[in-house]
Design a protein around this ligand. Structure first.
Ligand SMILES: [Zn+2]
Length: 149
């Protein structure tokens, strides 16, 4: 919430209610097998700031009212087809899973890239004379590297 408000340029000193009203909305969670949706509060801009959450099951807390399987998050903006329109539902499922795959591939690529940058930087730092600044930076980078692996 804090960072979203920040990025929107709304500042941090706004009363909580104002931030809530401007940033929250209802989002759809879908069960593609039953062609049902469940609506839950979400961030209005969630698909923009965190596109990789679209298609995810979250922590599986939203269950389909019919089959009780975990629903997938669609975000607040996607129009859901009518239940009887099987073809449209299949098309939506394909689109959502394609987007999900794109973002997870991208996130993996970025992690790998960052890992290589850190490894290279650590090698460079290892060749430099010891100093408290150097040692501190090495520690920070090693921690980041550990989090990435
Ligand atoms: Zn279901």
């Amino acid at each position: 919430m804090k960072s979203i408000a920040d990025r929107n340029g709304e500042g941090l000193n706004f009363p909580l209610l104002t931030v809530k009203r401007t940033t929250m909305t209802n989002g759809n969670w879908a069960c593609f097998d039953c062609r049902l949706t469940v609506r839950r509060p979400t961030l209005r801009m969630v698909a923009f700031w965190r596109p990789w959450v679209v298609g995810s099951k979250g922590n599986e807390h939203v269950k389909c009212p019919q089959c009780k399987e975990a629903c997938r998050f669609l975000g607040p903006k996607i129009t859901v087809p009518p239940k009887r329109d099987k073809a449209a539902w299949e098309k939506l499922r394909t689109q959502i899973m394609k987007s999900k795959r794109y973002w997870s591939d991208r996130s993996r690529e970025q992690k790998t890239k960052r890992k290589h940058e850190i490894e290279k930087r650590l090698q460079e730092l290892g060749r430099k004379p010891k100093s408290s600044g150097r040692d501190h930076l090495i520690k920070i980078l090693q921690n980041e590297l550990a989090e990435l692996t």
